[in-house]
Design a protein around this ligand. Structure first.
Ligand code: GTP
Ligand code: MG
Length: 575
């Protein structure tokens, strides 16, 4: 209708309106909005091009059907004292009276009433009836209304269910006119005034709206007909009719027609923005959770590195101890007083192995084993901590999900959180420390081998240094024959001792280097791998959070833009 009868000054507005509605339509598709919402919008876009819809709503038995009959001056609709109207009934002009049921469940009645030429009047099933479906049918139709006449009755003005229903009508951005029916049952005019006041203040207080309110008696209006002058009209129907006619006059009707889809669009966009904010709130929880895990992993890595350094230092100390014993041994052995002991190389060597090497290789091997156990334990605890974290996140997530309309976002998010949590839990449940330890030991074989080789290596040190030492003894023999014993005591033995110590230092330092390098390389790899496994475990979740955040941010911008354009159009329409 709007396009057919629209004066040219509305052309730009209409074009812009169609554009912004299409924009909203695309935005709804992009966020995979509920089908219902998309249908409401499609309907609003289609209705923009169709007849003006004056929709009569209210609780059952308020007199809606009777009102329509009187308004049109034709008894088209059935009236009754029980819940009567069960279908949305759209009355439109047609020369031949006919009734057809549309695919949308709307009963279309054509009747040759002039008033219906540029307006369709819609009667709806009463709300708050025992037939709950009546209310649902009417609520679904509300978004299509261009003007809502809300009928209530003076004998029960403003019930709680009426408040709830009016709130819905208000939220769709509808223009509302309140008709307070059945004033004939009140004795005094003051009572009518009181009810009007009550309805007015209630609407303002409870809903923040100040709709025009018309007290009428449909029954009296039917009796007296419409020929009565308003001053002498006990039905007060003339005033209402005059007001309604003014709203249906061309300019006003067109404005209302153009406003209607804007109100619908605004509600749909607001709803999306609300959902987006809720979702961003959930994602903020996710980000916090992931940050926690990230921090925990980084702390774990630092702790592990630090602990590891201590543990390696401890291993290293065993070798330094050995070196210290070596020096003491040479001080004790390589002196002039024991010159004859030095002649027996094997004895020196045995002594070295017994006193200097002692159980150093075994101690080191044990310590490396303990290092592996420690790493496996830490890895396990790490998984446990992450699992606890995720479980906590899942618990919070379940609490917060209640009340949201679901959709792909919640489905995907729940699925991921559950899957990631389950996977972490599975790792914890099936964690086999022995297997992990041997796997790490396998990978760290070099380091372990280096420790095992110490036995040989330490003995090697023994040989090397005893050779250095006992060569001195051979020299002694020669020198003794030469008869310069003093020189032996003063030069040869101290020289050999120094060489032996230097050799010892050299060999031990080489050992320490090899062991430390091997330990560092393998254990750091292992710590990184441990962190890497956890990171890989939560990666799908982290990825989801990142992409959803970007997507929601874009959607929010898009709906924000739609909302700004809607507000601008509404402002221009109302000015
Ligand atoms: N006293 C009085 N009764 C009225 C008036 N208007 C309607 N009624 C009566 O109220 C009853 C309900 O009228 P309907 O028009 O069927 O009411 P409705 O709101 O369409 O009801 P549902 O279709 O069930 O939602 C009928 O018995 C009407 O005669 C009025 O102004 N005064
Ligand atoms: Mg009815």
């Amino acid at each position: 209708m709007a396009s057919r009868t629209l004066p040219p000054e509305f052309d730009d507005l209409l074009r812009e309106e169609r554009e912004v509605l299409a924009h909203l339509q695309r935005a709804l598709v992009a966020v995979d909005a509920a089908v219902d919402d998309r249908e409401v919008l499609a309907r609003a876009m289609a209705d923009l091009e169709d007849l003006f819809l004056l929709v009569v709503v209210g609780e059952f038995n308020a007199g809606k059907s009777a009102f329509v009959n009187v308004l049109l001056g034709a008894d088209v609709l059935a009236e009754g004292v029980t819940p009567t109207t069960s279908q949305v009934t759209l009355l439109r002009h047609g020369e031949v009276p006919a009734t057809t049921l549309g695919s949308d469940g709307v009963l279309v009645v054509t009747t040759p009433v002039e008033r219906l030429r540029d307006v369709a009047v819609v009667d709806t099933p009463g709300t708050n009836a025992i037939v709950r479906e009546h209310q649902a049918v009417t609520e679904r139709f509300v978004p299509r209304a261009d003007l809502v006449l809300f009928l209530t009755s003076v004998d029960r003005p403003f019930t709680e269910s009426e408040r709830a229903f009016l709130e819905l009508v208000r939220d769709w951005g509808k223009k509302i006119v309140v008709v307070l029916n059945k004033i004939d049952i009140l004795e005094r005019d003051e009572d009518i005034d009181e009810v009007v006041r009550f309805v007015g203040t209630s609407a303002e207080r409870l809903l923040g709206i100040t709709p025009p309110i018309f007290p009428v008696s449909v029954r009296l209006a039917r009796r007296t007909g419409s020929a009565v002058a308003s001053e002498a009209d006990p039905s007060r129907f003339v005033a209402l009719r005059r007001f309604v006619e003014a709203m249906l006059a061309d300019a006003s009707r067109i404005r209302l027609k153009l406003q209607s889809p804007l109100g619908v669009a605004r509600r749909l966009a607001d709803r999306q923005l609300q959902a987006i904010d809720d979702r961003l709130g959930l994602l903020a929880d996710d980000v916090r959770l992931l940050d926690d895990v990230e921090r925990q992993l980084s702390a774990y890595r630092d702790d592990m590195r630090r602990d590891f350094a201590y543990r390696v230092a401890d291993v290293d100390n065993q070798l330094l101890e050995m070196e210290r014993r070596g020096h003491a041994y040479f001080d004790e052995t390589l002196r002039f007083g024991r010159v004859f002991d030095l002649l027996t190389r094997s004895r020196v060597q045995e002594g070295f192995v017994r006193e200097v090497v002692a159980d150093t290789p075994q101690v080191i091997e044990r310590k490396v084993d303990a290092l592996i156990d420690w790493l496996v334990d830490a890895d396990f605890r790490q998984w446990q901590a992450v699992t606890d974290h995720l479980a906590e996140g899942r618990r919070r997530h379940r609490e917060r999900i209640v009340g949201d309309d679901g959709g792909r976002f919640h489905h995907d998010r729940s699925r991921l959180i559950e899957a990631v949590g389950r996977e972490a839990q599975r790792v914890v449940d099936t964690y086999d420390r022995t297997r992990e330890a041997s796997a790490i030991a396998d990978k760290a074989r070099d380091a372990v081998a280096a420790a095992a080789a110490l036995q040989v290596a330490a003995a090697g040190v023994g040989t090397a240094v005893t050779v250095a030492a006992t060569t001195a003894a051979a020299d002694i023999t020669g020198l003794a024959l030469a008869g310069v014993l003093a020189a032996i005591g003063l030069f040869v033995i101290p020289g050999r001792r120094a060489r032996a110590k230097q050799e010892m230092r050299h060999k031990v330092s080489d050992l320490r280097d090899r062991l430390s390098r091997a330990l560092h390389r393998h254990f750091e790899e292992e710590i990184d791998a441990s962190v890497g496994r956890v990171e890989a475990g939560i990666a799908p979740y982290a990825r989801f959070v990142r992409t959803e955040r970007d997507r929601l941010a874009a959607a929010r911008e898009s709906f924000g833009e739609v909302n700004a354009r809607l507000a601008d159009l509404l402002r221009r329409l109302q000015s």
